[in-house]
Structure formats: structure tokens, C-alpha cells
Design a protein around this ligand. Sequence first.
Ligand SMILES: [Zn+2]
Length: 158
Amino acid sequence: MFYKITLKFIMLSFFFSCNSVAQKKESFKIQKTEAEWKLELTELQYYVMREEGTERAFSSPLDKNYSEGIYVCAGCDVPLFYSKNKFNSGSGWPSFDVEIKGNIAYTIDYNIGVARIEEHCANCGGHLGHLFNDGPKNTTGKRHCINGVALKFISKNE
Ligand SMILES: [Zn+2]
């Protein structure tokens, strides 16, 4: 009996350790199964946020949105960017020079063969976009290049 349980435990921990190698090694406050995310997110949101995909450039209505407000995570509503830090990068994706500190976490990815700084929501782990160093020189020089579908805009007037 004891042997059986131990074996089960070993198999279980083996399974989890394999799993954690494939995924980000951080633990997030919001924990949902992939099935739950699939129910809550649109197909495009799921592709971008859970599979690190990228929306088509110039496809997001938020790219050209310059209303006053706050941008929150589409997965968990945590605030990520203020509208005052948004700028037109011409890239076709919503771009910001400053993030709301503590709510975004970073990894390095090699998805396109070169190292890029990947950024994701520190609360739910949802992929947001990438961080580049070609932002406005007069502020931070950073360009947070964010998929519009990973964001929800909350207008100041609402
Ligand atoms: Zn989130």
C-alpha cells in the first residue's frame, strides 16, 4: 500500500516537473486551467495570451485610441498602462513608454530566432507583447509593444 502511494507520488511529481519546464516557472495569483481560459477568452485572445501569439498589425482598434483612461489586462482586469503613457509608434500595435510597475513580468523568448524581452501579466500570466528599446528618447526610450486583444480599455469618462 505504502509502495503504491509512493509510486503514485513520484509519478505525479514527475508529471508536474515536466509540465513546469514547458511553462513559465513563475506562479501566478490567478490560476485557471486552459479549458477555463478557452471559455473566458475569445479565440484570438486565447491565441495571443495563452499561446504567445501575435495579432495582426493595425488590427486592434486600441492602436489608434488616444482617449484618457486606463488599460487593464483582458485576462484578469489588473491595471497595466495609463493612457498618458501611450504613444503612436507606427508599428500597428498599441505602444507605451511606461508600464504600471509591479503588474507586468518579463521573460526572454526566442520564438522568432532572436532574443526578445517577452512581457506578460504578473497576475494571471497572460502574454501581452514585447519590450523594445526604440521608444521615445525624451521619456524612457522603451517601447512596450502590446497586443490590443490582451488589453481592455477603461475610459476615464465611464
Ligand atoms: Zn492578467
